[in-house]
Design a protein around this ligand. Structure first.
Ligand SMILES: [Zn+2]
Length: 119
């Protein structure tokens, strides 16, 4: 005869899955220029057909219907003159996205860079 456990189940989790104090890079994104990890809100998100600033604000999307060549791949870059200039000059973004960027996207990135250098 098998005795069922009579103890009341309190539903207390014996183990927590994630330890918040552990320094990990979860949720952080890599800047393609300085290779530093930052929260996505600090970074400029570049998809191969769009540039997205902030957590969800889409600056523009040149081709929202057709799936991008890189399969929805996105890359991140610091919103600083230094990082953006390097990303554009050394084609870090193209390498990260594994696809050339459309002219419109490059143009917009240069516009953002110009705005940063004027600030
Ligand atoms: Zn950076």
């Amino acid at each position: 005869m098998i005795a069922a456990p009579a103890t009341k189940s309190t539903g207390k989790p014996s183990q927590k899955r994630a330890t918040p104090q552990k320094p990990n890079r979860k949720g952080l994104r890599l800047c393609v220029s300085c290779r530093g990890y930052f929260t996505p809100t600090q970074l400029l998100k570049v998809k191969n057909d769009a540039i997205i600033q902030g957590p969800s604000a889409v600056l523009f999307n040149t081709n929202p219907i057709k799936a991008p060549l890189g399969g929805g791949r996105s890359a991140y870059c610091c919103r600083t003159q230094q990082c953006l200039q390097q990303a554009l000059g050394r084609k870090h973004l193209q390498r990260a996205l594994k696809t050339p960027l459309p002219d419109a996207t490059l143009q917009s990135l240069h516009e953002i860079l110009d705005a940063l250098s004027m600030a």
